[in-house]
Ligand binder design. Structure first.
Ligand code: SIN
Length: 358
C-alpha cells in the first residue's frame, strides 16, 4: 500500500483505491485529439498528489493501486479484489471513508456489485464508499478527473447533511447511489449518471436523500462475494429484428449458468428464441429479462406471462442484471450447501425489488 502523506496507516484516513480508467488516462496529443488516449496510465498516488493541496484541511489520504486498466477489460477477479479491499477498509477503524477511481465504461457493474456485497456493511459502519471517474484523460485541457476526485474525497470525508454510510458515486458535480449508475452517453461529462436519480454534491436534495434511506432500509443483508474462479458464467443476449434461434441454441452446449435477455420494449424477445429458451430453462439455465431501450423497468408477466425459470429484472439494466444474477446464483449455491432451500430467484428479488428512486 502506498501513502502520499507518509502517515501511519493506523491513523485516521480516507483510503483511495485505484482501478484505472480515463481518470488515469493519457492522450498522446491532448490539445489536438484528447479522445484518442489510453486509459489506466497514471498511478493513483499521482492522481491524489495532483489534487493534494485542495484536499480539505485535516483529511489524510492513503492510496492503493488495485488495478490500472481500461474498465472495458474488467474481470471477475478485479471485482473480487475490489470487494475484499472495500470490506477490509469498512472494518478497519483507521479508515474513515473510501474513494474508488474507476473507468466509466463498466462503473455501472461495479456500483451494483459493491452495493450488493458491501452496502449493508457500509451503512452499519457509517462509512461512505464513493466511486468516481472521468470522461477526459488526465492530461486533456479541462480534464474532469481532478474535480470529480475532489468531490468524491469531500463526500467520503465530511458529515454532509446526515447522508448515511453507503455505496455512492460522484461525477460532474452530482452524486447518486452507485447501484443507480448507468452510462448513457459516449462522451458527455455526466455520462454515467445523466439518467440516474441524483443530487447536487454541494447541496443534498432532501427528497433524494429520503429515497436513499428507504433503499438502504430495504437492503437487509449483503450477498457473499463469489470466490475467485467460482463466479457463475452469465452472458447478455440482445433481441433484435432478424434474431435467430441459433444465437440461443449455441449456448445450450456450454457450461453457461445464466442468460440476461435484453429484450425489446417491455422486455419481450423474438419468437425465434422461444423454443431454445424453453430448452435452456429445462437444462436449468437461469433467465432474466430486461429491456434494451435504456430506460424504464421490466415487470413480471408483461408483455406475456413468464415461464417459471425466467424473471423480469425490474429497474436493473442488462449489465447490472448480469452482476445481480451472478451474485444470486452464487448466493443460492452457498445457501443450499448450508442446507437452506433458497433459490437464485429469492436472492435476485432482494436486489431487483428494492424501492426505486424517482
Ligand atoms: C474506461 O472505462 O476505463 C475507459 C472509459 C472511461 O473511463 O471513461
Amino acid at each position: 500500500m502506498s501513502s502520499i502523506t507518509n502517515i501511519p496507516e493506523n491513523s485516521p484516513h480516507i483510503l483511495v483505491l485505484g482501478m484505472g480508467g480515463t481518470i488515469a488516462g493519457l492522450a498522446l496529443n491532448p490539445e489536438g485529439s484528447p479522445l484518442q488516449y489510453q486509459a489506466g496510465q497514471v498511478g493513483v498516488e499521482a492522481l491524489v498528489g495532483h489534487i493534494q493541496s485542495a484536499v480539505p484541511e485535516g483529511v489524510k489520504l492513503v492510496s492503493h493501486q488495485l488495478a490500472n486498466i481500461n474498465s472495458r477489460n474488467l474481470t471477475d477477479a478485479h471485482l473480487n479484489a475490489l470487494g475484499i479491499a472495500v470490506r477490509e477498509a469498512l472494518l478497519d477503524a483507521a479508515v474513515k471513508g473510501v474513494v474508488v477511481t474507476h473507468g466509466t465504461d463498466t462503473i455501472e457493474e461495479t456500483g451494483l456489485f459493491l452495493q450488493a456485497t458491501c452496502g449493508k456493511l457500509a451503512l452499519t459502519q457509517s462509512k461512505r464508499v464513493i466511486l468516481t471517474g472521468a470522461m477526459l484523460p488526465s492530461n486533456a485541457p479541462g480534464a474532469d478527473g481532478p474535480s470529480n476526485l475532489l468531490d468524491a474525497l469531500r463526500w467520503a470525508s465530511t458529515a454532509i447533511d446526515n447522508c448515511p454510510g453507503g455505496i455512492y458515486a460522484v461525477m460532474d458535480g452530482r452524486g447518486c447511489m452507485a447501484m443507480d449508475l448507468a452510462k448513457r452517453h459516449a462522451t458527455a461529462l455526466n455520462a454515467p449518471l445523466q439518467n440516474s436519480p441524483s443530487s447536487s454534491v454541494g447541496l443534498i436534495n432532501p427528497s433524494w436523500l429520503s429515497c436513499v434511506k428507504a433503499v438502504q432500509a430495504a437492503w437487509n443483508e449483503d450477498l457473499p462475494i463469489p470466490r475467485e474462479g467460482e463466479w457463475p458464467w452469465v452472458e447478455i443476449l440482445t433481441s433484435h429484428a432478424g434474431a435467430r434461434a441459433e444465437t440461443v441454441a449455441q449456448w445450450l452446449k456450454s457450461d453457461i449458468q445464466g442468460l440476461v435477455l435484453a429484450g425489446s420494449g417491455l422486455g419481450g424477445f423474438h419468437d425465434a428464441w422461444v423454443e431454445p429458451l424453453d430448452k435452456a430453462m429445462a437444462q436449468g439455465i437461469a433467465l432474466v429479462r430486461t429491456t434494451r431501450t435504456g430506460a424504464g423497468s421490466t415487470w413480471p408477466n408483461i408483455p406475456e406471462a413468464d415461464a417459471p425459470g425466467c424473471r423480469a429484472s425490474g429497474s436493473l439494466t442488462a449489465p447490472r442484471a448480469r452482476i445481480a444474477l451472478q451474485l444470486a446464483l452464487n448466493a443460492a449455491k452457498q445457501a443450499n450447501l448450508a442446507g437452506k432451500p433458497l433459490t437464485w430467484q429469492d436472492f435476485f428479488a432482494r436486489i431487483a425489488d428494492l424501492p426505486e428512486i424517482r
